[in-house]
Design a binder for this molecule. Structure first.
Ligand code: ISL
Ligand code: CA
Length: 551
């Protein structure tokens, strides 16, 4: 990347296009639908969009299985629609980052169709073939190798069967991805969210060693030996010529990895998504293995990177995406009685940390998880693969039911709730995935009119965020009560000024004493998710943001 820092002032909104807005009544969200909602996004105050894949694809994994990187899938529209969308975004001061899925293609990609034909096919080395598979298990809970009779060998797929991993060892593969990246940057795109980027380099020994319950053979295919070389190569050859940013999706990364990946002078990525804080309610980072949430653990996982990346690298700040369940109701919060307070508390607590905020579509109105009648109603391939796996293990029906309902990616993928008309105003016909049945009470139209809504709180929060950008960007972070199991309170301090966030992560009132500490300061209450503030006691899920300046 050019020496550019705009990503540090970006507020990024993720669009999952299939579920955002359908313009032509086929039940599938599309690019024209996105264009029709750009004023809504501008009004929200975000200044960058991350768009999940819209490329040509058989849609086995909703577009994360790409069969032509330079074409737009007809469900979403045409390349002309895409260019128009980009133009309309830029006109409104909104940048666009695309999803770059470079670890695998679809098995229907022409490269793979060739590759599987024979051992001497020119495209053979575009993928990873072995005569004998090792015992790796993929991320979706199935064996990571698939046999092809035609060429009597096995190909590697760390995700679905229809998502063969490409071979980054092959320089031709790297050139091809550089060309794809260049193609979109030349169209004016502002950067990329790089799908599972830290698994592109594989340990060439292909040793046995994954555990089917853990679902990943972490040691063997995370952060492979050439990861940093590949990222630096892409940077040098392509990204450095453009004013762009990258955010890498990195699974199971450590602080040390993150420093290497995001240090400015190493020219690899602008920032990465780290999943430590979304793993505090599971075991081993596997969301199906449910664990009771602990605020202390949550804070510890955030603190580690807030302190750890103080001088080197940069953080991303998020709760949700298209793979995670909804945040309200999670992290010890409540999605019924205190839904509104909870959603506001979550926002205040996360977005004044140091890093770039990401908001996932629907989060800004407090959308909740999908409540299906039967597990069969889920449509996601991962959900069904894992359900099958779980049924083969000695687990109780009750556990399986709860774990699948909790973990299914469909929770985040239900259509955006625009208004209280049929199909929540998402589409004029039956949507590809059912609408959450609470759309009559939770929707954008209603939120706009209600001064007290989550949406209007987000708008206010974003305005304040922009106003205090220097403090949010540079202020020194300090967790005031790392050991409290109810309170999350932190400072962002620079010179004689600071922002103070205090949040009560519980459904009971909580006594506080800390405001006394700031006697010599002039306080200004910037955000409060209740009408009033009692300086000695926070209400259930109450959260406040105060600006303090030395007198
Ligand atoms: O969500 C997960 C498990 O439920 C993660 O392990 C997830 O699979 C992992 O973060 C990778 O996700 C990304 O790549 C996948 C795609 O299905 C996801 O939607 C994408 O975000 C394969 O391309
Ligand atoms: Ca459509």
């Amino acid at each position: 990347m050019k020496n550019t820092n705009w990503f540090k002032d970006a507020i990024i909104y993720q669009i999952y296009p299939r579920s955002f807005k359908d313009s032509n009544g086929d039940g599938i969200g599309d690019i024209k639908g996105i264009i029709s909602k750009l004023d809504y996004l501008k009004d929200l105050g975000i200044n960058c969009v991350w768009l999940s894949p819209v490329y040509e694809s058989p849609m086995d994994d909703n577009g994360y299985d790409i069969s032509d990187y330079k074409a737009i899938h007809k469900d979403f529209g045409t390349m002309e629609d895409f260019k128009l969308m980009l133009h309309e975004m830029h006109k409104r001061g909104i940048r666009l980052i695309m999803d770059l899925v470079a670890n695998h293609t679809s098995d229907e990609h022409p490269w793979f169709k060739e590759s599987r034909k024979s051992k001497d096919n020119p495209y053979r080395d575009y993928y990873i073939w072995k005569d004998k598979p090792n015992n790796w298990t993929g991320f979706f809970g199935e064996k990571a190798w698939e046999y092809v009779e035609e060429c009597d060998s096995y190909y590697l797929h760390l995700f679905g069967k229809k998502q063969p991993d490409v071979n980054w060892e092959n320089p031709k593969v790297r050139e091809t991805y550089k060309d794809i990246i260049k193609f979109y940057l030349d169209l004016g795109v502002d950067g990329f969210r790089c799908d599972v980027i830290n698994v592109i380099s594989k340990d060439q020994r292909y040793k046995n060693g994954s555990n089917p319950l853990i679902l990943v053979g972490k040691k063997y295919f995370i952060n492979g030996p050439k990861l940093h070389d590949y990222l630096q190569e892409i940077n040098k050859d392509v990204l450095s010529n453009y004013d762009c940013m990258t955010v890498g999706e990195t699974v199971f990364t450590t602080l040390d990895d993150m420093k290497l990946l995001t240090a400015e002078d190493r020219n690899e990525l602008s920032m990465v998504f780290n999943f430590d804080h979304t793993s505090v309610d599971n075991f081993l980072g596997v969301k199906w293995l449910m664990r009771k949430f602990s605020l202390k653990r949550f804070k510890k996982s955030l603190d580690k990177y807030q302190y750890g990346l103080k001088d080197v690298g940069w953080n991303s700040l998020f709760y949700e995406n298209h793979d995670q369940r909804r945040s309200v109701g999670r992290f010890n919060t409540d999605d019924s009685k205190y839904r509104v307070e909870s959603a506001k508390l979550l926002a205040t607590t996360m977005y004044f940390l140091k890093g770039t905020p990401f908001i996932y579509q629907g989060q800004e109105i407090g959308m909740t998880n999908l409540n299906v009648d039967s597990l069969e109603d889920f449509v996601d391939l991962e959900t069904h693969n894992v359900l099958k796996l779980m049924k083969s293990l000695p687990l109780s029906k009750k556990y399986i039911d709860k774990s699948i309902r909790n973990g299914s990616r469909d929770n985040a993928r239900t259509p955006m709730q625009w208004d209280n008309t049929t199909n929540a105003g998402f589409s004029s016909s039956t949507p590809w995935l059912m609408v959450n049945n609470n759309y009559k009470s939770i929707n954008v139209e209603k939120s706009i009119k209600d001064d007290n809504s989550i949406l209007n709180y987000y708008k206010k929060l974003i305005k304040i965020y922009k106003k205090y950008s220097l403090l949010v960007r540079e202020g020194e972070y300090k967790d005031l009560y790392p050991n409290s199991s109810k309170l999350f309170a932190y400072e962002r301090r620079k010179d004689n000024e600071l922002l103070l966030v205090v949040s009560n992560f519980s459904n009971k009132p909580k006594k506080i004493r800390l405001l006394k500490k700031y006697k010599g300061y002039r306080p200004e209450l910037l955000l409060n998710n209740y009408k009033h503030l009692d300086e000695k006691e926070l209400k259930p899920y109450q959260s406040i943001l105060i600006h303090l300046k030395k007198k």
